[in-house]
Design a protein around this ligand. Structure first.
Ligand code: GMT
Length: 376
């Protein structure tokens, strides 16, 4: 049976928005009717897709309101679209505010409208520590019909921190493997002035403090002492300015390339030898999956869901948070050992396909929807 599904996520760049949008696209390819109910066009919806509709949540700025009422406008739009389009369910990404808005919409529409909530991390690992919001997050989770988390670690953290009386199922993230695949990018290395003997290390993030970009740079400084290499820093965010200063202070300007936000990261990944993700909080680390599909071994911290994505010693290495000496040592081990590197490249691509194949993950969500609606 084909379903009518409303999807709400933050439409801007960010892992949860990417996963929400890609899920909608792949469900639409399977014949389901997808209605995005978001504050702006999701950035990955960049062309016409049959079976996909977009409903913009407009927030009016009346002078009587000190803050624009986004949550109410969203709940209202969800109810309006659900009624008019006869939606079977709303799949929302983030407990706060999206699950709570969906519950409000359900109250307005009727119990037949089901709610699936996916937790992505930031709502739990940051907001969960704000005790004033803790009860509301629990409410949003408990009022959802099905709750999923993107890693076992996030599910456990939610139980520990929020203590909801609700089962949370892990459904891992996925990427579109038609986009994330290894390509020959040797010409790009030349364009960036990377010498043939140089190793390319890459870090991609939104440069928030939790990403610990300073540890990436400090590790790179140690790696570069031992082997010729370049560091590509991709993305933008609050820490970027401080990072440019650190690079200058360490006299690494010639070897660290700040590339800013980039659309086609699969091309940059395809010319990289190693990815570093050294975050202090990370429920999954979507970029690890993008790297694995492009055949890039990864080093990550022993934090959140990272060890569920990187197989320590097989597809990369897991290191302790902030231990830049160990990180540099492990990086040099893989970068200067061609046999180990080649094995890790192959295993990364194989394991990505085996454990995080999009068709498998999308089927997991589809099965949850059918179970919830009592159909097939
Ligand atoms: O990491 C971010 O800063 C963005 C954030 C988001 O809400 O998009 O990412 C979260 O969701 C991603 C998709 O599930 C995960 O891959 C990220 O690990 C998670 N971020 C954190 O837990 C800090």
């Amino acid at each position: 049976m084909k379903l009518k599904i409303g999807i709400t996520c933050y439409p801007s760049v960010g892992g949860s928005g990417v996963v929400g949008t890609e899920l909608g696209k792949l469900l639409a390819e399977r014949g389901h009717e997808i209605h995005f109910i978001t504050s702006g066009m999701p950035f990955r919806l960049n062309r016409f897709y049959p079976n996909i509709y977009f409903h913009e949540v407009a927030v009016n700025q009346y002078s009587v309101f000190q803050y624009p009422p986004y949550d109410l406008a969203l709940a209202n739009k969800m109810a309006e679209v659900a009624e008019r389009e006869k939606l079977d369910l709303l799949h929302v990404h983030y407990a706060i505010p999206h699950a709570v808005c969906a519950y409000l919409a359900k109250q307005m529409t009727g119990d037949h409208l089901k709610i699936v909530t996916t937790l992505h991390g930031t709502d739990i690992t940051i907001l969960g520590y704000d005790t004033s919001l803790n009860s509301l997050i629990r409410f949003g989770i408990e009022k959802s019909d099905i709750v999923t988390a993107v890693s076992d670690s996030l599910a456990q953290e939610t139980y520990d921190l929020i203590k909801p009386n609700k089962e949370i199922e892990t459904v891992y993230n996925f990427v579109d493997e038609r986009v994330y695949r290894k390509r020959d990018m040797s010409h790009l290395r030349n364009e960036y002035g990377i010498e043939p003997e140089e190793k390319v290390i890459i870090h991609i993030s939104n440069f928030r403090k939790v990403k610990r970009v300073e540890d990436v740079i400090q590790s790179f400084a140690l790696i570069r002492e031992k082997t010729p290499s370049k560091l590509l820093l991709v993305g933008d965010g609050p820490e970027l300015c401080g990072m440019t200063k650190l690079v200058k202070q360490l006299r690494l300007e010639g070897d660290v390339l700040f590339l800013g936000k980039q659309d086609n990261v699969e091309e940059l990944l395809s010319m990289s030898d190693l990815l570093l993700l050294l975050s202090e909080k990370e429920s999954f680390g979507l970029v690890l999956l993008e790297a694995m599909f492009c055949g890039v071994p990864c080093i990550g911290t022993n934090v959140g869901g990272i060890p569920e994505v990187i197989r320590d010693g097989e597809t990369g290495f897991i290191c302790e948070l902030g231990d830049v000496r160990d990180i540099a040592e492990k990086a040099l081990h893989v970068l200067t050992n061609p046999t180990l590197h080649a094995e890790m490249v192959t295993r990364s691509m194989d394991m990505a396909k085996e454990r995080f194949r999009s068709s498998h993950i999308v089927s997991q969500y589809e099965d949850l929807y059918y179970k919830l609606l009592g159909t097939e």
